[in-house]
Design a protein around this ligand. Structure first.
Ligand code: NAD
Length: 382
Protein backbone atom coordinates (compact mmCIF):
# COMPACT_ATOMS: atom_id res chain seq x y z
CA UNK A 1 0.00 0.00 0.00
CA UNK A 2 1.31 3.46 -0.90
CA UNK A 3 2.11 5.98 1.87
CA UNK A 4 -0.64 8.35 0.67
CA UNK A 5 -3.20 5.51 0.81
CA UNK A 6 -2.05 4.48 4.30
CA UNK A 7 -2.37 8.08 5.55
CA UNK A 8 -5.84 8.34 4.14
CA UNK A 9 -6.77 4.97 5.74
CA UNK A 10 -5.41 6.27 9.06
CA UNK A 11 -7.63 9.34 8.73
CA UNK A 12 -10.68 7.19 7.99
CA UNK A 13 -10.12 5.22 11.17
CA UNK A 14 -8.80 7.98 13.43
CA UNK A 15 -11.89 7.69 15.63
CA UNK A 16 -10.62 4.29 16.76
CA UNK A 17 -7.18 5.78 17.49
CA UNK A 18 -8.75 8.52 19.59
CA UNK A 19 -10.65 5.98 21.69
CA UNK A 20 -7.83 3.45 21.85
CA UNK A 21 -7.50 3.84 25.64
CA UNK A 22 -11.27 3.50 26.15
CA UNK A 23 -13.30 0.33 26.43
CA UNK A 24 -16.38 1.59 24.65
CA UNK A 25 -17.85 4.73 23.14
CA UNK A 26 -21.57 4.91 22.40
CA UNK A 27 -23.09 7.48 20.05
CA UNK A 28 -26.74 8.12 20.92
CA UNK A 29 -29.05 9.59 18.30
CA UNK A 30 -32.79 10.14 18.64
CA UNK A 31 -34.06 12.47 15.88
CA UNK A 32 -37.57 12.73 17.37
CA UNK A 33 -36.39 14.34 20.60
CA UNK A 34 -33.25 15.88 19.07
CA UNK A 35 -31.01 13.86 21.38
CA UNK A 36 -27.40 13.72 20.27
CA UNK A 37 -25.18 12.33 23.00
CA UNK A 38 -21.94 10.44 23.48
CA UNK A 39 -21.29 8.02 26.35
CA UNK A 40 -17.65 7.07 26.94
CA UNK A 41 -16.63 4.17 29.15
CA UNK A 42 -12.93 4.45 29.92
CA UNK A 43 -12.13 1.61 32.29
CA UNK A 44 -14.30 -0.80 34.30
CA UNK A 45 -11.59 -2.74 36.13
CA UNK A 46 -12.79 -1.45 39.51
CA UNK A 47 -16.51 -1.72 38.72
CA UNK A 48 -19.18 -0.31 36.41
CA UNK A 49 -18.36 3.06 34.92
CA UNK A 50 -19.64 6.08 36.84
CA UNK A 51 -19.73 9.66 35.69
CA UNK A 52 -22.09 12.58 35.28
CA UNK A 53 -23.72 13.79 32.08
CA UNK A 54 -22.88 17.27 30.77
CA UNK A 55 -25.09 19.26 28.44
CA UNK A 56 -23.29 21.86 26.37
CA UNK A 57 -23.73 23.48 22.94
CA UNK A 58 -20.52 21.93 21.55
CA UNK A 59 -19.38 23.42 18.24
CA UNK A 60 -18.57 20.07 16.66
CA UNK A 61 -18.74 16.33 17.18
CA UNK A 62 -14.94 16.30 17.63
CA UNK A 63 -15.14 18.85 20.44
CA UNK A 64 -17.84 16.81 22.23
CA UNK A 65 -15.90 13.58 21.72
CA UNK A 66 -12.66 15.06 23.03
CA UNK A 67 -14.45 16.34 26.14
CA UNK A 68 -16.17 13.05 26.92
CA UNK A 69 -12.99 11.01 26.38
CA UNK A 70 -10.97 13.32 28.66
CA UNK A 71 -13.62 13.50 31.38
CA UNK A 72 -14.30 9.75 31.44
CA UNK A 73 -10.58 9.02 31.85
CA UNK A 74 -10.51 11.49 34.74
CA UNK A 75 -13.35 9.57 36.39
CA UNK A 76 -11.29 6.35 36.32
CA UNK A 77 -8.62 8.10 38.41
CA UNK A 78 -11.14 9.80 40.67
CA UNK A 79 -12.93 6.52 41.44
CA UNK A 80 -9.62 4.74 42.07
CA UNK A 81 -8.43 7.52 44.40
CA UNK A 82 -11.69 7.48 46.35
CA UNK A 83 -11.45 3.67 46.55
CA UNK A 84 -15.04 3.16 45.39
CA UNK A 85 -16.06 0.10 43.37
CA UNK A 86 -16.66 2.03 40.18
CA UNK A 87 -14.72 2.69 37.01
CA UNK A 88 -14.55 5.76 34.80
CA UNK A 89 -17.23 6.95 32.42
CA UNK A 90 -18.95 10.14 31.36
CA UNK A 91 -21.66 11.32 28.99
CA UNK A 92 -22.18 14.52 27.04
CA UNK A 93 -25.39 15.74 25.46
CA UNK A 94 -24.87 18.16 22.58
CA UNK A 95 -27.32 21.02 23.06
CA UNK A 96 -28.07 24.26 24.84
CA UNK A 97 -29.24 23.59 28.41
CA UNK A 98 -31.23 26.86 28.34
CA UNK A 99 -33.33 26.02 25.27
CA UNK A 100 -32.99 22.37 24.22
CA UNK A 101 -34.13 20.43 27.28
CA UNK A 102 -37.33 18.41 27.26
CA UNK A 103 -38.51 15.53 29.48
CA UNK A 104 -38.62 13.29 26.38
CA UNK A 105 -34.99 14.07 25.49
CA UNK A 106 -33.87 12.90 28.92
CA UNK A 107 -36.11 9.81 28.72
CA UNK A 108 -34.48 8.99 25.37
CA UNK A 109 -31.07 9.43 26.99
CA UNK A 110 -32.22 7.15 29.86
CA UNK A 111 -33.04 4.44 27.33
CA UNK A 112 -29.52 4.57 25.92
CA UNK A 113 -28.07 4.35 29.44
CA UNK A 114 -30.35 1.38 30.10
CA UNK A 115 -29.18 -0.34 26.93
CA UNK A 116 -25.72 -0.63 28.51
CA UNK A 117 -27.22 -2.98 31.11
CA UNK A 118 -25.45 -1.47 34.14
CA UNK A 119 -22.02 -0.91 32.58
CA UNK A 120 -22.58 2.84 33.06
CA UNK A 121 -24.18 4.85 35.89
CA UNK A 122 -24.81 8.56 35.45
CA UNK A 123 -26.40 11.68 36.90
CA UNK A 124 -26.06 15.46 36.92
CA UNK A 125 -23.05 17.48 35.81
CA UNK A 126 -22.58 20.91 34.23
CA UNK A 127 -25.73 21.95 32.37
CA UNK A 128 -27.96 19.18 33.77
CA UNK A 129 -30.08 19.07 36.92
CA UNK A 130 -31.63 16.50 39.21
CA UNK A 131 -34.98 17.31 37.58
CA UNK A 132 -33.60 16.15 34.20
CA UNK A 133 -32.52 12.84 35.68
CA UNK A 134 -35.89 12.24 37.32
CA UNK A 135 -37.13 11.97 33.71
CA UNK A 136 -34.22 9.73 32.71
CA UNK A 137 -34.78 7.48 35.74
CA UNK A 138 -38.21 6.53 34.38
CA UNK A 139 -36.37 4.56 31.70
CA UNK A 140 -33.45 3.15 33.67
CA UNK A 141 -32.29 2.26 37.17
CA UNK A 142 -28.70 3.24 36.39
CA UNK A 143 -29.04 6.84 37.59
CA UNK A 144 -27.53 8.23 40.77
CA UNK A 145 -27.49 11.54 42.58
CA UNK A 146 -31.29 11.86 42.53
CA UNK A 147 -33.10 13.83 45.25
CA UNK A 148 -33.61 11.92 48.50
CA UNK A 149 -37.36 11.58 47.90
CA UNK A 150 -36.48 9.63 44.74
CA UNK A 151 -34.10 7.35 46.66
CA UNK A 152 -30.91 9.27 45.87
CA UNK A 153 -28.35 10.87 48.16
CA UNK A 154 -29.43 14.46 47.58
CA UNK A 155 -27.07 17.44 47.81
CA UNK A 156 -23.53 16.21 47.12
CA UNK A 157 -21.93 19.53 48.01
CA UNK A 158 -22.14 18.62 51.74
CA UNK A 159 -19.65 15.70 51.58
CA UNK A 160 -17.64 17.57 48.92
CA UNK A 161 -17.15 20.51 51.30
CA UNK A 162 -16.36 18.13 54.16
CA UNK A 163 -13.66 16.54 51.98
CA UNK A 164 -12.14 19.95 51.23
CA UNK A 165 -11.97 20.72 54.98
CA UNK A 166 -10.27 17.34 55.66
CA UNK A 167 -7.81 18.10 52.86
CA UNK A 168 -7.07 21.50 54.40
CA UNK A 169 -6.38 19.81 57.73
CA UNK A 170 -3.97 17.38 56.07
CA UNK A 171 -2.24 20.29 54.32
CA UNK A 172 -1.94 22.25 57.57
CA UNK A 173 -0.39 19.17 59.15
CA UNK A 174 2.39 19.36 56.55
CA UNK A 175 2.71 23.16 56.54
CA UNK A 176 2.36 23.90 60.26
CA UNK A 177 2.64 20.53 62.05
CA UNK A 178 -0.98 20.68 63.24
CA UNK A 179 -4.45 19.94 61.80
CA UNK A 180 -5.84 23.16 63.29
CA UNK A 181 -7.81 25.14 60.68
CA UNK A 182 -8.07 28.30 62.76
CA UNK A 183 -5.32 30.91 63.04
CA UNK A 184 -4.43 30.78 59.34
CA UNK A 185 -5.25 32.86 56.24
CA UNK A 186 -7.18 31.42 53.30
CA UNK A 187 -8.07 32.95 49.91
CA UNK A 188 -11.32 31.46 48.59
CA UNK A 189 -12.44 31.79 44.98
CA UNK A 190 -16.17 31.06 44.65
CA UNK A 191 -18.75 30.91 47.45
CA UNK A 192 -21.27 28.64 45.75
CA UNK A 193 -22.62 25.34 47.05
CA UNK A 194 -19.19 24.00 48.05
CA UNK A 195 -17.19 27.20 48.66
CA UNK A 196 -19.76 28.65 51.04
CA UNK A 197 -19.76 25.52 53.21
CA UNK A 198 -15.95 25.43 53.25
CA UNK A 199 -15.87 29.12 54.23
CA UNK A 200 -18.42 28.45 56.99
CA UNK A 201 -16.30 25.63 58.45
CA UNK A 202 -13.18 27.81 58.37
CA UNK A 203 -14.88 30.80 59.99
CA UNK A 204 -16.24 28.58 62.74
CA UNK A 205 -12.66 27.41 63.35
CA UNK A 206 -11.53 31.05 63.67
CA UNK A 207 -9.77 31.51 60.33
CA UNK A 208 -9.15 34.74 58.41
CA UNK A 209 -10.69 34.60 54.94
CA UNK A 210 -10.12 36.60 51.77
CA UNK A 211 -13.02 35.83 49.47
CA UNK A 212 -14.18 36.59 45.96
CA UNK A 213 -17.33 35.78 44.00
CA UNK A 214 -19.22 37.36 41.14
CA UNK A 215 -22.40 37.04 43.22
CA UNK A 216 -22.84 39.96 45.66
CA UNK A 217 -25.54 37.89 47.38
CA UNK A 218 -23.03 35.17 48.29
CA UNK A 219 -20.50 37.77 49.47
CA UNK A 220 -23.10 39.50 51.65
CA UNK A 221 -24.16 36.16 53.14
CA UNK A 222 -20.61 35.21 54.19
CA UNK A 223 -19.98 38.68 55.70
CA UNK A 224 -23.12 38.27 57.82
CA UNK A 225 -22.17 34.75 58.86
CA UNK A 226 -18.71 35.90 59.96
CA UNK A 227 -20.18 38.25 62.57
CA UNK A 228 -21.29 35.21 64.60
CA UNK A 229 -17.86 33.55 64.51
CA UNK A 230 -14.33 34.23 65.70
CA UNK A 231 -13.13 34.35 62.08
CA UNK A 232 -12.88 37.35 59.74
CA UNK A 233 -13.86 38.00 56.10
CA UNK A 234 -12.29 40.45 53.66
CA UNK A 235 -13.74 40.76 50.16
CA UNK A 236 -11.18 40.80 47.33
CA UNK A 237 -11.72 41.55 43.63
CA UNK A 238 -11.85 38.52 41.36
CA UNK A 239 -8.61 39.64 39.66
CA UNK A 240 -6.65 40.13 42.91
CA UNK A 241 -7.52 36.80 44.51
CA UNK A 242 -4.52 35.05 42.89
CA UNK A 243 -1.97 37.49 44.34
CA UNK A 244 -3.54 37.66 47.80
CA UNK A 245 -1.11 37.11 50.68
CA UNK A 246 -2.55 34.01 52.37
CA UNK A 247 -1.43 30.56 53.51
CA UNK A 248 -3.70 28.55 51.22
CA UNK A 249 -5.60 29.33 48.01
CA UNK A 250 -8.95 27.48 47.80
CA UNK A 251 -10.36 27.40 44.25
CA UNK A 252 -14.10 26.60 44.32
CA UNK A 253 -15.37 28.17 41.11
CA UNK A 254 -14.00 26.78 37.83
CA UNK A 255 -11.18 24.75 36.26
CA UNK A 256 -7.93 25.74 34.54
CA UNK A 257 -7.11 28.38 37.17
CA UNK A 258 -3.59 27.08 37.73
CA UNK A 259 -1.77 28.36 34.67
CA UNK A 260 1.27 30.43 33.73
CA UNK A 261 -0.50 33.71 34.42
CA UNK A 262 -1.74 32.77 37.91
CA UNK A 263 1.37 30.82 39.00
CA UNK A 264 3.46 33.97 38.59
CA UNK A 265 1.04 35.77 40.98
CA UNK A 266 0.54 33.17 43.74
CA UNK A 267 2.01 34.07 47.15
CA UNK A 268 0.43 31.13 48.99
CA UNK A 269 2.11 28.06 50.46
CA UNK A 270 -0.49 25.61 49.14
CA UNK A 271 -3.50 25.18 46.84
CA UNK A 272 -6.37 22.99 48.05
CA UNK A 273 -9.82 23.36 46.53
CA UNK A 274 -12.96 21.78 45.08
CA UNK A 275 -12.83 23.02 41.49
CA UNK A 276 -12.40 20.29 38.89
CA UNK A 277 -9.36 20.21 36.56
CA UNK A 278 -7.51 23.04 38.33
CA UNK A 279 -4.22 22.48 36.47
CA UNK A 280 -4.56 23.87 32.96
CA UNK A 281 -1.92 21.34 31.86
CA UNK A 282 0.32 18.76 33.57
CA UNK A 283 3.27 21.13 33.17
CA UNK A 284 1.59 23.54 35.59
CA UNK A 285 1.79 20.90 38.33
CA UNK A 286 5.55 20.85 37.79
CA UNK A 287 5.71 24.68 37.80
CA UNK A 288 3.90 24.83 41.16
CA UNK A 289 6.24 22.17 42.53
CA UNK A 290 9.30 24.16 41.38
CA UNK A 291 7.90 27.30 42.99
CA UNK A 292 7.53 25.39 46.29
CA UNK A 293 3.71 25.55 46.37
CA UNK A 294 2.11 22.40 47.71
CA UNK A 295 -0.77 21.27 45.48
CA UNK A 296 -3.43 18.87 46.77
CA UNK A 297 -4.71 17.01 43.65
CA UNK A 298 -8.25 18.26 42.96
CA UNK A 299 -9.76 14.88 42.21
CA UNK A 300 -8.86 13.64 45.69
CA UNK A 301 -9.84 16.85 47.50
CA UNK A 302 -13.27 17.03 45.84
CA UNK A 303 -14.14 13.32 45.93
CA UNK A 304 -16.70 13.62 48.78
CA UNK A 305 -19.54 14.06 46.28
CA UNK A 306 -18.42 11.00 44.34
CA UNK A 307 -18.21 9.00 47.57
CA UNK A 308 -21.85 9.88 48.28
CA UNK A 309 -23.02 9.00 44.79
CA UNK A 310 -21.13 5.68 44.87
CA UNK A 311 -22.59 4.90 48.29
CA UNK A 312 -26.09 4.87 46.81
CA UNK A 313 -25.27 1.38 45.58
CA UNK A 314 -25.66 0.18 49.18
CA UNK A 315 -28.72 2.35 49.96
CA UNK A 316 -27.85 5.85 51.04
CA UNK A 317 -26.57 6.41 54.58
CA UNK A 318 -25.21 9.89 55.30
CA UNK A 319 -23.26 8.83 58.39
CA UNK A 320 -21.43 6.17 56.38
CA UNK A 321 -20.73 8.70 53.62
CA UNK A 322 -19.17 11.15 56.06
CA UNK A 323 -17.13 8.36 57.67
CA UNK A 324 -15.78 7.40 54.22
CA UNK A 325 -15.17 11.05 53.36
CA UNK A 326 -12.83 11.30 56.37
CA UNK A 327 -10.39 9.02 54.51
CA UNK A 328 -9.69 11.93 52.17
CA UNK A 329 -7.46 13.26 54.97
CA UNK A 330 -5.25 10.14 54.79
CA UNK A 331 -5.34 10.08 51.00
CA UNK A 332 -4.08 13.68 50.74
CA UNK A 333 -1.42 13.14 53.38
CA UNK A 334 -0.33 9.91 51.65
CA UNK A 335 0.06 11.67 48.31
CA UNK A 336 2.08 14.53 49.87
CA UNK A 337 4.41 12.03 51.55
CA UNK A 338 4.82 9.86 48.45
CA UNK A 339 5.56 12.92 46.29
CA UNK A 340 8.23 14.08 48.76
CA UNK A 341 9.91 10.67 48.96
CA UNK A 342 9.82 9.96 45.22
CA UNK A 343 10.56 13.60 44.23
CA UNK A 344 7.49 13.67 42.01
CA UNK A 345 4.79 16.30 41.76
CA UNK A 346 1.75 15.56 43.90
CA UNK A 347 -0.33 15.07 40.74
CA UNK A 348 2.16 12.49 39.41
CA UNK A 349 2.21 10.70 42.79
CA UNK A 350 -1.62 10.64 42.90
CA UNK A 351 -1.90 9.33 39.34
CA UNK A 352 0.60 6.56 40.05
CA UNK A 353 -1.27 5.57 43.22
CA UNK A 354 -4.47 5.23 41.16
CA UNK A 355 -2.78 3.28 38.36
CA UNK A 356 -1.30 0.87 40.92
CA UNK A 357 -4.71 0.38 42.55
CA UNK A 358 -6.24 -0.49 39.18
CA UNK A 359 -3.34 -2.81 38.26
CA UNK A 360 -3.58 -4.58 41.64
CA UNK A 361 -7.30 -5.19 41.16
CA UNK A 362 -6.71 -6.34 37.62
CA UNK A 363 -4.24 -8.93 38.85
CA UNK A 364 -6.57 -10.07 41.60
CA UNK A 365 -9.39 -10.46 39.08
CA UNK A 366 -7.39 -13.10 37.24
CA UNK A 367 -7.71 -15.32 40.33
CA UNK A 368 -9.15 -18.69 39.30
CA UNK A 369 -12.50 -19.66 40.83
CA UNK A 370 -14.67 -22.68 40.14
CA UNK A 371 -17.59 -20.35 39.41
CA UNK A 372 -15.70 -18.93 36.46
CA UNK A 373 -14.20 -22.02 34.89
CA UNK A 374 -12.25 -21.25 31.77
CA UNK A 375 -13.40 -23.22 28.74
CA UNK A 376 -10.20 -25.27 28.56
CA UNK A 377 -10.98 -27.02 31.88
CA UNK A 378 -14.34 -28.17 30.50
CA UNK A 379 -12.59 -29.39 27.36
CA UNK A 380 -10.05 -31.28 29.50
CA UNK A 381 -12.83 -33.08 31.32
CA UNK A 382 -14.53 -34.32 28.17
P1 NAD B 1 -21.51 26.57 42.23
O1 NAD B 1 -21.91 26.90 40.84
O2 NAD B 1 -22.55 26.41 43.26
O3 NAD B 1 -20.46 27.69 42.77
C1 NAD B 1 -19.52 28.33 41.98
C2 NAD B 1 -19.36 29.73 42.53
O4 NAD B 1 -18.30 30.38 41.84
C3 NAD B 1 -20.62 30.58 42.37
O5 NAD B 1 -20.95 31.20 43.58
C4 NAD B 1 -20.19 31.61 41.30
O6 NAD B 1 -20.86 32.86 41.47
C5 NAD B 1 -18.71 31.70 41.57
N1 NAD B 1 -17.94 32.24 40.45
C6 NAD B 1 -18.15 32.06 39.12
N2 NAD B 1 -17.24 32.74 38.41
C7 NAD B 1 -16.43 33.34 39.30
C8 NAD B 1 -15.29 34.17 39.19
N3 NAD B 1 -14.80 34.56 38.00
N4 NAD B 1 -14.69 34.60 40.32
C9 NAD B 1 -15.15 34.24 41.53
N5 NAD B 1 -16.24 33.46 41.69
C10 NAD B 1 -16.87 33.02 40.60
O7 NAD B 1 -20.61 25.27 42.10
P2 NAD B 1 -20.21 24.27 43.27
O8 NAD B 1 -21.13 23.11 43.27
O9 NAD B 1 -19.96 25.01 44.52
O10 NAD B 1 -18.81 23.72 42.71
C11 NAD B 1 -17.65 24.51 42.75
C12 NAD B 1 -16.54 23.80 41.98
O11 NAD B 1 -16.31 22.52 42.59
C13 NAD B 1 -16.87 23.52 40.52
O12 NAD B 1 -15.67 23.60 39.77
C14 NAD B 1 -17.36 22.07 40.53
O13 NAD B 1 -17.13 21.43 39.29
C15 NAD B 1 -16.48 21.48 41.62
N6 NAD B 1 -17.07 20.31 42.27
C16 NAD B 1 -18.29 20.39 42.89
C17 NAD B 1 -18.83 19.26 43.50
C18 NAD B 1 -20.17 19.31 44.20
O14 NAD B 1 -20.50 18.35 44.90
N7 NAD B 1 -20.95 20.35 44.05
C19 NAD B 1 -18.12 18.04 43.49
C20 NAD B 1 -16.87 17.99 42.87
C21 NAD B 1 -16.35 19.14 42.26
Amino acid sequence: MKVAERTSMAKEFELFDKMSKHEQVVFCNDPTTGLRAIIAIHNTTLGPALGGCRMQPYNSMDEALEDVLRLSKGMTYKCAAADVDFGGGKAVIIGDPMTDKTPELFRAFGQFVNSLGGRFYTGTDMGTSMEDFIHASKETNFINGLPEVYGGGGDSSIPTAAGVLYSLQATNQILFGSDELGGHKYAIQGLGKVGFKVATGLLQAGADLFVTDISTENLQAIIELATNTTGTVTVISKEDIYSQEADIFIPCAFGGIINENTISQFKVKAIVGAANNQLLNDVHGRMLHDKGILYAPDYIVNSGGLIQVADELYGINHERVLAKTKHIYDAVLGVFQEARVSRKTTEEAANEMCEKRIADRSNRNSFYTSAAKPKWSIRNLS
